[in-house]
Ligand binder design. Structure first.
Ligand code: ADP
Ligand code: MG
Length: 767
């Protein structure tokens, strides 16, 4: 029950229309809320006292010549609608017999237009049920008659009604303060027609009872009750609202005329129907705030109307009066009752209930739902069964193991189990990172003295070392890395399991070289990459210009964690996989060297010959000029005769000219050969380096798939020429020599030149 505000009972006066209305006694001012009544004061029989007394009654409304429809609107509608909000309501008609109580409450049954409050209320109820689609309603009806302290169920003849007790009806008080009639049948009705049928059935039973008992209908009270229960379709079905509308047609309020002695004020309390007397006492008690006890239980009527009068009802009283002069005393009496009723206050409140069974069912459902949600939450966030508390040793070990497997690639992902587990995973990662950093520092530390030493040596060494120091644990920009991460997995996996002979040799030589250095350095020499391995290794047998080129190529390579230095690797490569091309390169270089020497010799020969030629020519010219001045020596036949000296000069000249021509020819062809050989050597060198790069990358830097991408597409601009060279050389990869391969235009002249060179080598001995 909700707390509520106090609300006074609303009181209306309805005047039964009559042709003999006592206008001189009853005045209805236009405000329709006031009634002025004049009456002879105490019509003492002994005295002729025509003095008039007047009373003014203030009411909630005076219904004078008001239609049934308007009466319903002004009296009943708000109460009926209030029932749909959960408020109980009571509308009762009070008044002397024939004043229009039944007319007001039930109406003239035979005329639809004159139907009263009950049929109109039923109509309104079912209209509301139709309109309020968000609720489900159940409407029950009951019809109680109280006659002479006896309660009769006017609908007991209808079998379908549910009755708590088929026998005696008793008023019982409910826990919430309300009252109900135990044993009274309640009839479920689904529509207006069903309800009206019950109303008429009850009315009929009332009349039959009248006849049987030979009672006058005005002596009984009738309470027609509409019970409404509504449940929201959208909100919790455990909560529901109930309300009841009591439509009460009271017995006639005629009084026993009590004639007292002259001058004695007539006692008013005596009604023909005793229960109305008790009703008045209850009203008086309720109206008097000083009264604590209200005698509801004195009569069945007051008891049955307990919550209508002193409870949580919206209560309306219609006081029916018969406006004829002859009835003025009863009218005054009715008006006085109505006035007192105005002082009664009720506390209308909403009857909201919680169905315990449904509530339990609903809560169980909600608990189940929440459990499922929690379970889902657990599944998503914290794996079921794993406590979110501190991890056990076993759990910690599992996390460590997972992190290790994850880092080594054995585990694709670490499942998130709980917050603490996730935190532990991060902690493990941090630990790994810190350990790695520590290792790196330890690896760097012993090298430092050497670094310092190196910095004091050569500029190139300084550059190397600085590059290395700048990128701890990585190959420096020149490719001569310190190899700090040499122990890393990748390196271990890809490095050739058995050290090559070349490397072994180099290590030995390095060791020997290191012997002259301070002992502290010796410790690190073996384990680490050589700092001074070097250009000299690569350039010893190369023309000087090769070194910068190579360095540049090496600089283009991406950094990686742990490959061996390129210089070292290059030596390995030349000794093993690249040995054939290296051999050819060496041969070609040897041929080039020979040819260059030959060319130089030929140049000398030409120059010498030319000098001799010039000298002989000069001598011969001198000789002939001298002979001309001395006269021509002629033979017997008259032919000019060459002197021996001149002949010698001429012969020398001829010899020199021949030699010169020959030398020049040789020079020209040798010069071409040198050019070709130079080309050849360059090609071989390019191939050697390219093969080395490829091998180095495959072995230490790139996974195979990356390489394949590099080869098929122009991925790295800096490497495109190398790739071209690769394609060039690939064709001869497995050939015995370079003789009969490659027919691409760019290589035809190359191999023509080479074949020519070989031919010459075979035909000439040039050293
Ligand atoms: P009560 O129930 O109070 O004894 P009734 O309702 O039986 O009085 O009314 C007595 C007669 O007066 C009926 O025939 C009824 O039709 C008529 N009557 C009462 N009030 C009105 C009214 N407001 N308009 C027309 N007829 C009325
Ligand atoms: Mg009546």
């Amino acid at each position: 029950m909700m707390s509520s505000q106090v609300s006074p009972v609303k009181v209306f006066i309805r005047i039964r229309p009559t042709a003999r209305f006592a206008h001189e006694l009853i005045e209805c001012p236009p405000d329709q809320q006031t009634l002025k009544v004049r009456s002879r004061k105490d019509s003492d029989k002994g005295k002729r006292n025509n003095q008039l007394s007047s009373w003014v009654f203030q009411l909630n409304g005076v219904l004078d010549n008001v239609s049934q429809e308007d009466t319903y609107d002004r009296v009943a509608r708000s109460v009926v609608l209030g029932a749909f909000a959960g408020y109980n309501g009571t509308i009762m008609c009070f008044g002397q017999t024939g004043a229009g109580k039944t007319y007001t409450m039930t109406g003239a049954a035979e005329t639809y237009k004159h139907r009263g409050i009950i049929p109109r209320a039923l109509q309104e109820v079912f209209q509301e049920v139709e309109h309020r689609v968000d609720h489900t309603f159940s409407v029950h009806l009951s019809f109680l008659e109280i006659y002479n302290e006896m309660m009769v169920d006017l609908l007991s003849s209808i079998k379908k009604g549910k009755s708590l007790n088929s026998g005696v009806l008793t008023v019982i008080e409910e826990p919430g303060g309300g009252v109900s009639v135990k044993g009274l049948s309640l009839h479920l009705v689904h529509n207006e027609e069903e309800a009206l049928n019950l109303l008429f059935e009850g009315e009929m039973n009332r009349i039959i009872g009248q006849h049987a008992l030979n009672k006058h209908s005005s002596r009984s009270h009738c309470i027609f009750t509409i019970h409404i229960e509504s449940r929201s379709r959208t909100l919790s079905d455990a909560k529901y609202i109930t309300s009841k509308l009591n439509l009460v047609d009271l017995a006639g309020s005629e009084r026993l005329s009590k004639t007292g002695s002259e001058g004695q004020v007539q006692m008013e309390a005596m009604y023909i129907n005793k229960s109305l007397s008790f009703l008045e006492q209850v009203i008086l008690a309720l109206a008097d705030s000083r009264r604590e006890h209200v005698p509801f239980r004195q009569s069945k009527l007051t008891h049955a109307l307990k919550d209508s009068l002193g409870g949580n009802c919206n209560t309306v009283l219609v006081a029916n009066i018969y406006g004829e002069a002859a009835q003025i005393e009863e009218t005054l009496s009715t008006l006085r009752f109505a006035s007192r009723m105005k002082c009664v206050q009720t506390k209308p409140s909403i009857n909201e209930h919680v169905d315990p069974v449904l509530q339990v069912r609903r809560l169980e459902k909600e608990i189940q739902f929440l459990k499922e949600e929690l379970s889902m939450c657990n599944t998503l966030t914290y794996r079921v069964g794993v406590s979110n508390e501190i991890l056990s040793e076993r759990q910690l070990e599992e996390v460590r193991s997972q992190v290790q497997r994850y880092l080594s690639g054995l585990l694709d992902e670490i499942p998130i189990v709980s917050i603490t587990q996730t935190q532990e995973v991060f902690a493990q990662f941090k630990k790994v990172v810190l350990e790695q950093q520590k290792k790196l520092r330890e690896q760097i530390a012993p090298r430092n003295p050497r670094v310092e030493k190196a910095m004091n040596t050569t500029p190139s060494a300084v550059a190397e070392v600085q590059g290395s120091v700048g990128a701890v644990g990585e190959v420096d920009s020149c490719g001569y890395g310190l190899g700090l991460a040499k122990s890393s997995q990748k390196h271990q996996r890809t490095v050739s399991p058995k050290p090559s002979k070349a490397r072994k040799d180099k290590q030995i030589s390095r060791k020997e070289g290191a012997a002259s250095q301070p002992p502290v350095e010796n410790i690190t020499v073996q384990a680490e990459q050589p700092l001074n391995l070097s250009e000299s290794d690569m350039t010893t047998h190369e023309p000087p210009k090769q070194a910068p080129e190579q360095q540049q190529q090496q600089q283009q390579h991406p950094r990686t964690d742990s490959p061996p230095s390129k210089a070292e690797a290059f030596e390995d490569f030349k000794a093993e996989r690249g040995s054939e091309i290296n051999r050819i390169l060496k041969e070609n270089k040897a041929v080039l060297s020979e040819r260059t020497t030959q060319l130089r010799v030929l140049t000398d020969v030409i120059n010498t010959t030319k000098r001799d030629l010039d000298y002989i020519t000069y001598e011969l010219r001198q000789f002939r000029e001298r002979k001309q001045s001395q006269g021509q020596f002629v033979s017997s036949e008259g032919e000019p005769v060459l002197e021996e000296a001149e002949l010698s000069l001429v012969m020398q000249l001829k010899e020199l000219k021949n030699r010169y021509r020959q030398a020049y020819e040789d020079f020209s062809s040798t010069k071409t050969e040198v050019s070709y050989c130079q080309h050849l050597v360059n090609q071989c060198r390019t191939r050697l380096l390219t093969e080395f790069e490829r091998w180095y990358n495959e072995s230490f830097l790139f996974p195979d798939e990356v390489l394949s991408v590099l080869e098929t597409g122009p991925v790295r601009p800096g490497h495109i020429p190398v790739d071209k060279a690769l394609t060039l050389m690939d064709d001869e990869e497995h050939s015995d020599g370079l003789h009969h391969k490659l027919h691409a235009d760019s290589t035809v002249s190359f191999y023509n030149a080479y074949n020519r060179t070989l031919k010459r080598r075979g035909s000439r001995q040039v050293s």
